[in-house]
Design a protein around this ligand. Structure first.
Ligand code: ADP
Ligand code: MG
Length: 585
């Protein structure tokens, strides 16, 4: 047995590893199992045959050890020196260089960086017993207690493969619990390509569906696989199977979930794998926000996992990968839109958030998806905005009395995010939007019926009604002859101020009281307004309270009244009714 020094570029790298990786100690097991899986994979490539390929994990409570053993290629003494002792050297990289042509189908996991050394997060000492598959090899034993010196020499192992034994330290006793290990394995190693057992009991890991050719997968398989990934979820709507070899490797299945969950970037449900090893369920740095609405799994060895998060966002591979996924998603939506419009429309409540966020956040997605953005309108049809449309009247609720005013269709924009979408469309396309209560459209007026008769003071009848109501209510009033005689009055809100209010509400996530300029428009074509007009000459007080009543009810019908004022409103209306009832007795 010889003593030797670890060849590390920085003297104190082990403490750094411990600290750097500390936030997720659990990953040591995934790293060691991946190494075992790599070793088996290398052997499969070398020997080109199925053989006794397996990974065994053994817990020894008495000795406080956890051993990860494989029947893979093993290591010669030279290799232990080179790949284990010289941390800075990436063995996998050299291997991939050497066996490039064969490895393209089953690439080697080698992207976790200091994988082997993560064992020192939980162990005070690590031993390696290994025997290379190369004929005539001698077994090697290596041992290191986490300081920068180690011992190496001839070992006793008699069968091909490697056993890594961790002497679990006092602070990490949780890793001596079989249940804890089971949980970690079923999270990280469920889809590993070789059988794994824990103290002799098979883990039951299986083939992930994403490795199968998309053309060979049946719908039921996709649905079953979804259940495996998200046992508690209800059936998804549809999915996209990703399978790219060039210019990067990417496989995966992304599902559009049915229940429209509240959008929350933290709640990401896309599981990230690297060569079938679960890495994280946080794809935030890799995928744009709007795709976080999806659920599923992606597997790519080309995502650099050992670099900082901010670096990921500028990484070329990651960028290409996310734009590829985004393209696939819009292709799927567009295919569905063309081939099964009814299903597309029925799914809209579940997919609209993705489409709308994508349109807001991603220029390229906007170009691809702008015609997939559909709106319901007052004629009960769903359609995208017609090319060439210049002006659109929309409503943020489907039941407003103002709809009565419009002959032509009114578009419904009922989702909170529509405020932003509308703004975006106005900027991008030559369209203006006006909310149904945003202006008094000329189209709504009956110019002929307009009371334009002048009286002796040179005032029109309309302006007299307006004057009276303005004086008694102290609000901005206009009297107009509307084409419809069904609606006594409406309230017009300044479009810009209202948008500002909606915007603040959207960004703060709660309704905000920002005063908006209101104009009370009374319909001189409605019997009630005409009656108030007559009444004001004989009983001005009564006329004034009725006018106030109409104003309040109009606010209420347009949802422009604060809930806290409803009691007061009801009280006032009751008073008016009481007065009227007593007049009738
Ligand atoms: P990486 O896996 O990224 O190369 P690791 O630190 O996890 O980095 O492993 C370093 C190297 O040690 C591997 O590339 C491999 O050559 C060797 N190695 C580790 N574990 C095993 C094993 N179980 N069998 C054979 N070789 C191994
Ligand atoms: Mg590794």
């Amino acid at each position: 047995m010889r003593e030797n020094k670890l060849s590390i570029h920085s003297e104190n790298i082990l403490p750094i590893i411990k600290k750097w990786l500390y936030s997720d100690k659990d990953i040591f097991l995934r790293e060691l199992v991946s190494n075992a899986s790599d070793a088996l994979n290398k052997l499969r490539i070398q020997l080109g045959e199925e053989g006794d390929f397996k990974i065994s994990i053994t817990l020894d409570l008495k000795a406080r050890t956890l051993a990860i053993e494989d029947t893979g290629v093993g290591m010669t003494e030279e290799e232990v020196e080179k790949y284990i002792a010289q941390i800075a050297f990436s063995g996998a990289e050299e291997f991939v260089e050497k066996y490039k042509s064969q490895t393209e189908k089953e690439p080697i996991i080698g992207h976790f960086g200091l994988g082997f050394y993560s064992s020192y997060m939980v162990a005070s000492k690590v031993e390696i017993d290994t025997l290379s598959f190369l004929p005539g090899s001698t077994p090697v034993f290596w041992s290191c207690d986490g300081s920068s010196s180690y011992s190496i020499g001839e070992g006793k192992r008699s069968s091909r493969g490697t056993k890594v034994t961790l002497f679990i330290d006092d602070k990490s006793s949780e890793y001596l619990e079989i249940q804890k290990l089971q949980e970690m394995l079923s999270t990280h190693c469920n889809f590993m390509p070789f059988p794994i057992d824990l103290n002799g009991k098979p883990l039951g890991n299986q083939e992930p569906l994403w490795t199968k050719a998309p053309a060979a997968c049946k719908d039921q398989e996709y649905l079953d696989f979804y259940k495996k990934l998200f046992p508690l979820d209800i059936e998804p709507l549809f999915w996209v199977h990703l399978n790219v070899d060039y210019p990067f490797h990417l496989q995966g299945i992304l599902y559009f979930p049915k229940v429209h969950r509240r959008f929350d970037a933290k709640e990401s449900a896309i599981k990230l794998y690297c060569n079938r090893v679960f890495v994280s369920d946080n794809c935030k740095e890799i995928l744009p926000d709007y795709l976080m609405v999806l659920r599923g799994a992606i597997d790519s060895p080309d995502i650099p996992l050992n670099v900082s998060r901010s670096y990921l966002q500028v990484d070329k591979n990651v960028k290409q990968l996310s734009s590829h996924i985004s393209k696939k998603i819009s292709d799927k939506l567009s295919q569905l839109y063309k081939q099964d419009r009814d299903k597309y429309i029925a799914s809209w409540p579940d997919i609209e958030l993705l489409v709308k966020l994508g349109i807001l956040q991603d220029e390229k997605f906007f170009e691809r998806a702008k015609d997939l953005l559909i709106w319901k309108s007052s004629n009960n049809q769903w359609a995208p905005i017609q090319e060439g449309t210049k002006q659109i009247v929309y409503s943020t609720t489907e039941n407003t009395p103002l709809l009565k005013l419009y002959q032509e269709e009114v578009l419904f924009a009922t989702s909170p995010i529509d405020t932003a979408v509308i703004q975006h469309l106005e900027n991008k396309r030559n369209i203006t939007f006006q909310r149904i209560d945003g202006a008094l459209d000329d189209r709504l007026l009956d110019k002929e019926k307009d009371k334009t008769l002048l009286d002796e003071e040179g005032k029109t009848e309309s302006s007299r009604i307006a004057d009276f109501i303005r004086k008694s209510l102290r609000v901005e009033v206009e009297a107009k002859s509307l084409a419809s005689s069904e609606l006594p009055a409406l309230i017009i809100l300044d479009e810009n101020e209202r948008r500002m209010r909606d915007y603040v509400t959207l960004t703060q996530g709660k309704s905000v009281k920002i005063p908006t300029q209101k104009t009370f428009v009374v319909n001189t074509n409605h019997k009630l307004i005409q009656a108030i007009h007559k009444l004001h000459q004989t009983q001005p007080e009564m006329a004034s309270s009725i006018a106030r009543g109409v104003y309040d009810l109009t606010l209420l019908s347009q949802r422009e009244i604060d809930p806290s004022q409803i009691d007061e409103l009801v009280h006032k209306q009751t008073e008016i009714l009481e007065k009227m009832a007593s007049l009738l007795i």
